[in-house]
Ligand binder design. Structure first.
Ligand code: ATP
Ligand code: MG
Length: 392
């Protein structure tokens, strides 16, 4: 008999022939998540994953709950399936600490097991009831459900902890998130990674207008994201010269849109170089002048990669709530300046005219400046849990 953690996965069951690919990817992600815990071992058996040698450690469970592709996590007992009376005794003992209504739900994955599921449930239910007068059966709306799964061995659990859901990271290509120090873009990165997309990040930095602290803030945000997204390469692009030239040579009301277009062009180049297949931003329709539908269209026309905007129809309050849940909010609200907040036009165009914007772009040698910015960009590799670990 062993205490272990049983892991149930989500949407993968929908994948027909690709299922082994998704399952192996998820196995890798779970192994990475528990790797900081000495001795913990992850195995797979038909449609379940198991973590052994970690008991029901809360810290391990919390880590696994953050792995995309995991539907739920259950602290379980594993035992030999042939000794049915031992299973009954264990079940009775497991339920001794609760009172009220209960039922037993049995699942027989091993179809050679002699007893059919309804009978397994009825017999174990009876044993639980006999040993626990504080309990009564309610099959329709029970307060407690004891799950019994008969596989290679028998598994018993009564707690199902909901996990992140989604698809395992890496199962769906790679995208580059434009990561500012704000509230929105980290949430956008999280949501895209949740669909199985590997995330790398691009940040535009404008020293000396932006400080070392604002750069540290973005690194911290990326590091928080690694807990969900796995390893992230964060590219930091010097953007000061481009901003200054736009500021000096272009109409004030087009500053933001010109800056956004330049960011998208640079991010796309970095993405293509790194075999990324899409860009991700934290934009939301109407949130600011640069995010009206006209502005978004004007920004979009400079790149050919698909731009994923997971927050496009979210209200700010909804985004903030998600940011709090994933743990990026407190860092995002630290009051350090961002390159977008330094060069803010007094009256930004809310309905930019694309032709006029293209014309203004002729005032600046963007091709040369952007190539220069890319050539001088740096990157930092960030890893889950341990931070920057070359051994990862
Ligand atoms: P956020 O909270 O993500 O900063 P925001 O509402 O402040 O978003 P903008 O400043 O208009 O919006 O930026 C829109 C999007 O452009 C951001 O969500 C992000 O994807 C990208 N972006 C803005 N500034 C930067 C930056 N300095 N580096 C990288 N990406 C940026
Ligand atoms: Mg911002």
């Amino acid at each position: 008999m062993e205490k272990l953690i049983l892991i149930r996965f989500s949407e993968i069951h929908l994948k027909g022939q690709n299922r082994p690919y998704f399952e192996n990817m998820l196995l890798r992600r779970i192994r990475e998540a528990v790797s900081p815990f000495d001795g913990a071992k992850v195995t797979r058996s038909d449609s379940r994953y198991f973590v052994r040698n970690a008991g029901w450690d809360d810290a391990v469970i919390e880590k696994i709950c953050r792995v995309f592709g995991v539907h739920s996590v259950c602290p379980a007992i594993e035992m030999e399936k042939d000794d049915f009376s031992a299973i009954c005794r264990t079940a009775a003992e497991m339920m001794s600490s609760v009172s009220g209504s209960f039922k037993v739900r049995a699942r027989r994955a091993d179809k050679h097991y002699p007893t059919p599921s309804p009978e397994i449930a009825a017999k174990i239910g009876e044993a639980v009831l006999m040993a626990n007068p504080q309990l009564h059966v309610d099959v329709h709306d029970p307060e407690h459900v004891l799950e019994v799964e008969i596989r290679d061995r028998a598994y018993l659990y009564s707690m199902i902890i909901p996990a992140a859901g989604g698809m395992p990271v890496g199962s769906n290509g790679k995208a580059y998130v434009l990561l500012s120090g704000g509230i929105d873009s980290p949430v956008a990165a999280y949501m895209t990674a949740k669909r199985g997309v590997h995330i790398d990040a691009v940040h535009f930095d404008s020293p000396p207008y932006t400080s070392a602290r604002s750069r540290e803030k973005v690194i911290t945000l990326a590091r928080i994201l690694t807990d969900y997204c796995g390893a992230i390469r964060l590219h930091i692009v010097p953007f000061t010269e481009i901003q200054q030239q736009i500021y000096e040579k272009c109409p004030d009301r087009e500053l933001t849109i010109l800056m956004r277009r330049s960011m998208m062009r640079i991010a796309e180049k970095i993405a293509v170089e790194g075999r990324g297949l899409a860009l991700v931003t934290g934009e939301s329709v109407g949130q600011v002048a640069s995010q009206t539908i006209e502005s978004l269209a004007c920004t979009n026309e400079v790149c050919t990669l698909p731009v994923i905007r997971p927050l496009i129809c979210f209200d700010k309050a909804e985004i903030m709530e998600l940011a709090r849940r994933i743990g990026t909010y407190e860092t995002s609200i630290l009051p350090y300046e961002d390159c977008c907040t330094v060069f803010v036009p007094r009256h930004p165009a809310t309905h930019p005219d694309a032709a006029s914007v293209r014309k203004s772009e002729e005032n600046v040698d963007f091709a040369a400046l952007e190539a220069e910015a890319i050539a001088h960009s740096e990157y930092i590799d960030l890893y889950p849990g341990t931070g920057e670990d070359p051994e990862y």
